[in-house]
Design a protein around this ligand. Sequence first.
Ligand SMILES: [Zn+2]
Length: 343
Amino acid sequence: MPSLIRIFAMNMKHKLTLLLLIASIGLASCASRADDKARHTDNRSNRQTTPAPFDADSAYAYVAHQVSFGPRVPGTAAHTACADWIASQLRRHGADTVIIQQATVTRHDGKKLPIRNIMGQFNPSSPTRVLLAAHWDTRPWADADDNPSMHNTPIPGANDGGSGVGVLLEIARQLGLKRPDIGVDLLMVDAEDSGISGEEPDGSSSWCLGTQHWVENHPYTAGNMPRYAIVLDMVGGTDARFHRELVSQQAAPAIVDKVWALASAIGHGDTFVNEPGAPVLDDHVFINGAGIPAIDIIENRNPATGSFTPVWHTMADDMSSIDRRSLRAAGETTLTLIYNEKQ
Ligand SMILES: [Zn+2]
């Protein structure tokens, strides 16, 4: 994951977001009414919506397999091996097309990073598409760890990196078993998590480098742009709570309403808390910048921290921090949404 957005240090790309955030202050009462409406919708759909099959044990195993490679820091052997494995899983589960976008990006300290964005497409010829995305790289530094001697050590990245990809690979497996009516693109983006903690440089963001490259080089035409995009990030935390992330709320409120209402309707209303969340600088910010309405499912109001999970950017972000119930809530909601989407 990324950082909480610091409103007063935003660069040009984020000024739109800043305006949206400012607008949100005046719209708080309207948002409350929208939430009430969403809750009523929940009640109506509660009796009608059947959750799609989603195996949380399988998603958990996909997270564990990523962690077994070691930290997936760009430029390392573990990173390359994990990329090959992700692509192989997409092919194994029947993705019609697997696009591997290789590039070199420059980290904030000048280091050149070899990156791979990996996208599996189901029904690639369908003009009606939904994009699901997660970052697969992991942070090179445990700079939030209580132990300062760990601050230059790479994190295991079970939740931060592993969880979103684990859910997407289980979704790939399910899509292989039952094809969706629409086109679905599963995008694993690289180099999300090498940014500067707590600050934003002028000119360009140090975060989400893989997505920044992807939005400049995405494979879509005007005729097959995704209807919307959902980013899954840090969706596997213990007893996770996904509040309505604020950039998502401002950029794509109808999608947020739809996802949170569906989550409630299929029994995940305790995880998808229908309350405002914090603004987070994550891959969805840049996907929105490409003209695709994008939201972020991310834990961002943990009761112990007031922000991300307690293991965020620490050495404790290992498999012991992964909760199958959280993976299931995120995956079942997203997959049910996909199967309900019509041409
Ligand atoms: Zn992170």
